[in-house]
Ligand binder design. Structure first.
Ligand code: ADP
Length: 219
């Protein structure tokens, strides 16, 4: 496993939340703003971001893979993450880039641990392997009631992937998972109310980012 220095995680920001909470919308706005004020930055999504992880993502999200066992699902997420950390995130952090990631190991804790009901200690151990020991310096959880997320889902009329097709009860367990992680790690996770306007949510996120990150990282 590649060793990391203590300065690395400070530059690593992740976004989490249930499906259709507004995460992509916020990441896109945040990243545009970030690009204008830091020297170098990288945006990746987990699972995905590189050729190997995108292939694993395709297997994971394929609605046809109805037979996938929960442990297989967990290990595929970890495999995709390990590739992304080694190939993209660690090299970028070493070059002092600010890395923004759409989901990371908190999603595995919430979806496979709380959602699927896999044993928490085993999920945690798998997360340590998949992330190669890397922990984000700051994590935003966009929190939204699953019923409200469902309304956005219906309105958007998108084709749903395998995970998004899970029902409301599943989304409730996942949401509770994210909130529980945030209660356990209040220093790292910031819960943002996803039921406000897009602009309001973004301003909460940007303010918090500026408070947590020292100005030395800015241009
Ligand atoms: P996610 O990435 O979490 O699945 P998206 O950012 O794609 O969610 O948003 C899902 C849908 O909800 C999109 O149609 C988007 O335009 C809409 N949306 C996002 N944020 C808000 C918001 N704060 N209020 C109302 N609708 C929103």
């Amino acid at each position: 496993m590649t060793p990391r220095t203590s300065t690395l995680p400070e530059l690593f920001i992740t976004f989490e939340g249930i499906d259709f909470c507004g995460k992509s919308t916020q990441i896109s706005l945040f990243y545009k703003r970030l690009q204008s004020c830091v020297r170098d930055c990288l945006l990746v999504r987990d699972p995905g971001g590189n050729a190997i992880s995108e292939k694993i993502r395709h297997i994971l999200l394929d609605p046809g893979n109805t037979q996938m066992a929960a442990w297989t699902e967990l290990l595929l997420y970890e495999a995709a993450r390990a590739q992304m950390v080694q190939e993209q995130i660690l090299p970028a952090l070493r070059q002092k880039s600010t890395v923004v990631c759409d989901r990371f190991f908190d999603s595995t804790t919430a979806y496979q641990g709380y959602g699927r009901g896999l044993d928490a200690l085993r999920v945690e151990a798998a997360n340590r392997l998949g992330s190669c020991g890397l922990t984000p310096g700051l994590t935003f959880v966009i929190d939204l009631e699953p019923e409200k997320a469902l309304a956005r889902k219906v309105k958007s009329r998108q084709t749903l992937d395998r995970m998004e097709s899970e029902g409301l009860e599943f989304q409730h367990r996942v949401r509770e998972g994210f909130l529980e992680i945030a209660r356990r790690e209040p220093e790292r996770l910031v819960v943002v109310d996803g039921d406000r306007s897009i602009e309001d949510i973004q301003s909460v996120i940007w303010d918090r980012f500026n408070r947590v990150f020292p100005t030395a990282h800015l241009k």
